[in-house]
Design a protein around this ligand. Sequence first.
Ligand code: NAD
Length: 265
Amino acid sequence: MIRLVLVGAAGRMGRAVEAAAAGASDLAISARVDLSANFPADAGVWSESVASVLGRGDVVVDFSSPRGAREAAAACVEKGAALVSGSTGLTGEDAAALQAAALRVAVLRASNFSLGVAALRVALRSALAAVPSDWDVEIVERHHRMKKDSPSGTALALAADVRLARSLPESALRHGRQGSVGQRPAGEVGVHAVRGGTWVGDHQVLLAGDGEWLELRHVAQDRAAFANGALAAARFVATAGPGAYTLEDVLRAPAAARSARNPAR
Ligand code: NAD
């Protein structure tokens, strides 16, 4: 049985992971961590401090905030636990802290845990190789009104894929346009964040040539898509040695290891 410590347990993603874990027979949530002062009574172990509830061999699943991710990484190193982190909006310093933790324990970080987005990234690399290199690329993402960071971590990952495929510098990213900005320069990658309503996550990559365009799009309708991917990642890191892993490592693992489910379901 894999013991999970869920950081950000009271949040939207925390509740989705809780629901997904309830349907699995091979893992159980041993403790929940959140800053929220109103921990539900009779709902297992709750704490404000991840270090105080974490044990050797546990797996931390973190969907909280950049600070929560950093605290989780430090606690995992201290206790010898593996980390699955989905928090977004990390600074370079936060990301470096997770990378340093990966020298000591297994760390799997993803800006999007849905398997469909992993497939979108594969499809994008393939489309970029197939269309002329002067086609314009614009990324449009939509998320619910409560989302704090913009653009989304997934949009930035898609933009990084485009930059890598085309050898473009970071300065190629164009975050929104306003005013008399002139003609679109070659080699620009537009990134646009739409916020409103209850959109769970919608990412479009537009490849535009002369007189034609191609659209690749992924829509997450339910947070279960991310929660199931995070649990697959938790199964993976539970037996992995120290290192920085990605969702693609999980996809390459045998299917049985990814999706052990409650046989009663
Ligand atoms: P949310 O605001 O609903 O929940 C976040 C929870 O984390 C809150 O209950 C908050 O009290 C708690 N929290 C914040 N800082 C904390 C800390 N230092 N220690 C403990 N708890 C802390 O947000 P959400 O929609 O559940 O998203 C959480 C994070 O996950 C965000 O960064 C979001 O962008 C990201 N996210 C990632 C994916 C993915 O697939 N990687 C998918 C959805 C959301």
